[in-house]
Write a protein that binds this ligand. Sequence first.
Ligand code: ADP
Length: 241
Amino acid sequence: MGRKTDITLLDEKGIRCDGRKIDQTRNITIKAGILKNADGSAYIEFGGNKIIAGVYGPRDIHPKHLADSDTGVLRCRYHMQPFSVPERKNPAPSRREIEISKVIKESLQPAVILDDFPRTAIDLYLEVLQADGGSRCAAIDAASVALADAGIPMRDMVSACAAGKVENTIVLDVNNEEDQAGQADMPVALMPHLEKITLVQLDGMLTPDEYKKCLETAIIGCKQVYEIQRSALKAKYENGG
Ligand code: ADP
């Protein structure tokens, strides 16, 4: 965050380095039910991010000592393929991937009705095929569709989008260049019907007013993502699975 580069992040006409306006997300497409062998699945393209989500469960939990007789357990693995970034990434899980797996799990947990499935696990696998800034939000968006596709009862969808600050301006959906050279990046996840936020992170510095504007901006993005998630699920079931 805040690294100096020669790139113009925002020009005098308010156009960003990838041609977007300050309140515009990147192109987002989601497809539900793309894997035959998983119980639920989804594929998302969120700008340059390309991510597959696969869900199994609720199913018997292994190792057994992790079983909780009061509730089911949600487990999540976010993993980047070696070819997902310009320099080959070591396929072994990095500290960053372990942390993002935890963050994604915690952002989804409030929506999933785990109490109905004691002693079981719901396993969520997120494979990042291509990363381009904002991959945790895109992964949450795909995960939520995959969980719904698996028929797991949920209180609401979880829709995620970041906002941030570049050239002292709050912008929606920070891309990789803006993440690297901008002033702040704030990923947000929202349960849109319940109007409850399940994730806020902040990398960078914001004044209290900027924080409020950034959060409001991200929430607008989350609501736009929700419509795309909903269309993806409708498209699958209207087309007969
Ligand atoms: P997020 O993808 O959720 O924004 P980060 O802020 O940690 O998470 O990462 C921002 C971006 O940095 C990623 O989306 C990816 O494009 C890039 N990135 C992450 N890890 C690596 C890596 N090991 N090598 C190159 N680029 C990376």
